[in-house]
Design a protein around this ligand. Structure first.
Ligand code: ATP
Ligand code: MG
Length: 620
């Protein structure tokens, strides 16, 4: 076992300021140590993956390190994958290296082009690419290495390190032993290399049916680590592969394929999640054997493990996410409530916020849960200085300014108003402005009027009888960026439901004019003009689950769905939003951050998604 590495120690200083800003972690320390000792300095790279001879003939690799992100193209990437992407591509970027995008497509049947495309898209969108300095793209498919993998298997057989086992799967399972019990040698374990080779070639040539035999590494059936008890490395599967068609009817097992993929690509640091810690001895065993035989370039890759991301209120199991999609609980893989990268993107999350999140949660070897609020906090931090402000009325109630013609000469008159689009522009930057108009009728938020005001209520309420029997005037408020108004009453329907608020405008109190402060008010309310407001569909998304760990401890995740995870309202937004393009993000004053939906939004049918509120409403 390598020595335990301390987590999150004091930052190490680097020569560039970009690196210096990053907190250190155990992986950075390993890489820095390797770089300072020149561990990979003499590594050659032929510009494409290959065996030892292929690389030996080439020049020294200009990339200081090589990492890889190796998804299986069998589903959409989620926020957990984002952590792995930011980690692998981020380390390569920070240390003068390259990160490969490798499709781990060694398993026939399961893969699909749709997933390949969505993965490429997701990694690009997160802000990364897989180019060498000369522009060469390091995008690879593990299935292109089947030929070499087969050769490596024959090499292991020839050197007495692998054998064809023809026990039944049940026998193999029983003879593997368990934690406290050593395994039992297979009766096929001592076949000669020549016998094994002949039999393995029959497997390759399709002479045996699925399951009739497997090729196993020959290590130690009594090893305390069960992964070293002669693990299976090749199995028979008469299945067509999307890349190699029917060329093969035997396929390598993941534990055999993965180290070889890393070696052929000259990966220096192969970073994976902790579940693979017990596989590391086999990873090293295999590459040691292939290195001895001169098959793979040296120094060989090393595997390092980190704790996977567990995020509260989120499910990351592909099977369960698929169930949500297939059963129509969500609208698709890109439903804004899904933790997929396409879902986060449609919800309005930015690449910068996700990168910030991955940076902030850090990399450790400790199992832990990250609060969903941390991700939302990163979004707020990213958008606070960037998202233009706008007013929106999400629960609209009309209000009429009954003295409008008296004050302004006609009912049709409108007053031009403006507010800054960003509250604090950077130094030297002009503050962008948004323009809108105030007329006789406006939309206000239903909760901003109370016929009978609760104690301490500062918004609109009508005149009422005081304790001494005197009539008290209605309350005054400012229409934000407009005039002060005084509430005079309301209209109701037969059911007693308020249908309209009545008020009067107080002359000479317009925001930004000398008279603005002549009347003191306790509240300014948001509003949108009826004459220039834009009707919009607003989708108020919230967490999909009410339980912080919907997928833990055998819980029934379907019983924990949040019934209020989506509310759709017809809202009015200020006219500046008429020009919004899909993906444009805004801060709707008082409500939080919203994005023009990238699928459904158009100028003729505006649709906005709520990304997150202004503060964490789920925090205890
Ligand atoms: P499967 O069960 O289908 O293997 P998977 O989530 O492991 O699902 P892969 O395509 O194999 O999917 O994952 C690609 C990479 O993403 C792997 O290196 C894996 O370690 C990493 N990864 C997956 N889930 C997480 C997570 N929650 N946190 C960090 N990394 C993750
Ligand atoms: Mg996996």
């Amino acid at each position: 076992m390598p020595p335990k590495i301390p987590r999150m120690s004091t930052p190490v200083h680097h020569d560039t300021s970009a690196e210096a800003a990053k907190p250190s972690n155990f992986l950075r320390q390993i890489i820095e140590s390797d770089l300072s000792h020149g561990v990979h300095a003499q590594k050659h790279w032929a510009g494409s993956p290959g065996d030892a001879a292929h690389h030996a003939a080439a020049a020294v690799d200009p990339a200081k390190i090589r990492t890889r992100f190796p998804p299986e193209p069998n589903g959409y990437l989620h926020v957990g994958h984002a952590k792995s992407i930011c980690l692998n591509f981020g380390l390569a970027r920070d240390y003068g290296g390259v990160c490969h995008l490798r499709f781990d497509d060694t398993n026939p049947e399961k893969e699909d082009q749709e997933y390949v495309d969505s993965i490429i898209d997701a990694v690009h969108w997160l802000g990364f690419d897989w180019k060498d300095r000369d522009g060469h793209e390091n995008l690879y498919y593990a299935s292109n290495y089947f030929g070499f993998m087969y050769r490596a298997a024959e090499y292991l057989i020839e050197t007495g390190n692998a054998y064809v086992d023809e026990q039944t799967p049940e026998e193999m399972r029983a003879n593997r032993g368990d934690f406290g019990k050593p395994g039992v040698d297979s009766p096929y374990r001592n076949r000669t290399p020549a016998e094994n080779l002949a039999r393995f070639r029959e497997m390759r040539d399709g002479k045996l049916p699925d399951g009739a035999a497997v090729l196993r590494a020959r290590i130690d059936m009594g090893h305390p680590n069960i992964n070293l008890r002669d693990p299976a490395i090749y199995r028979i599967k008469h299945a067509e592969h999307h890349n190699t068609g029917n060329q093969w009817c035997i396929y390598p097992m993941y534990t055999f394929a993965h180290p070889i993929e890393d070696a052929l690509e000259c990966i220096t640091h192969s970073i994976c999640t902790l579940e693979f810690e017990d596989q590391r001895p086999f990873y090293d065993w295999l590459l040691d054997r292939l290195g001895e035989g001169g098959l793979i370039a040296r120094p060989q890759p090393r595997q390092y493990e980190f704790a996977r991301l567990n995020l509260t209120y989120v499910i990351t199991s592909k099977r369960k996410l698929k169930h949500l999609v297939d059963s129509g609980i969500v609208s698709g893989w890109d439903d804004p409530r899904m933790p997929t990268i396409v879902g986060l993107r449609r919800r309005g999350y930015t690449p910068a916020s996700i990168q910030m999140f991955c940076e902030r949660i850090g990399v450790t070897k400790d199992y832990s849960w990250i609060d969903y609020g941390t991700l939302e906090g990163c979004l707020r931090e990213d958008l606070e200085s960037k998202a233009h402000r706008a007013m929106a009325v999400l629960d609209p109630l009309p209000l009429t300014l009954t003295n409008w013609a008296e004050v302004f000469g006609s009912d049709g008159h409108v007053e031009a108003c403006s507010l800054p689009a960003l509250p604090h522009a950077h130094e030297g930057q002009a503050v962008p402005e948004r323009h809108f108009t105030l007329g006789r009728e406006v939309w206000i938020e239903r909760e901003d009027f109370a016929e009978v005001p609760p104690k301490g209520y500062k918004r609109l309420y009508p005149p009422r009888l005081g304790a001494d029997g005197q009539m008290l005037p209605g309350n005054t408020v400012r229409l934000k960026g407009g005039y002060v108004i005084e509430c005079t009453g309301c209209e109701k329907d037969a059911g007693g439901h308020v249908t309209r608020v009545l008020a009067t405008v107080v002359p000479d109190t317009k925001s930004g004019t000398p008279g603005a402060d002549s009347v003191k008010v306790k509240a300014a309310i948001t509003w949108v003009g009826v004459q220039d407001g834009v009707q919009a569909e607003v989708r108020l998304y919230d967490r999909l689950f009410t339980d912080a760990q919907p997928d833990a401890g055998g819980k029934d995740f379907l019983a924990l769905l949040n019934p209020d995870s989506l509310k759709v309202v017809t809202a009015y937004v200020e006219p500046s939003l008429a020009a919004a393009q899909p993906d444009d993000k805004f801060q709707f004053e008082r409500f939080g951050y919203f994005v023009a939906d990238r699928v459904d939004h158009s100028a003729s049918r505006p649709v906005f998604n709520k990304i997150t509120g202004l503060k964490d409403s789920w925090a205890k």
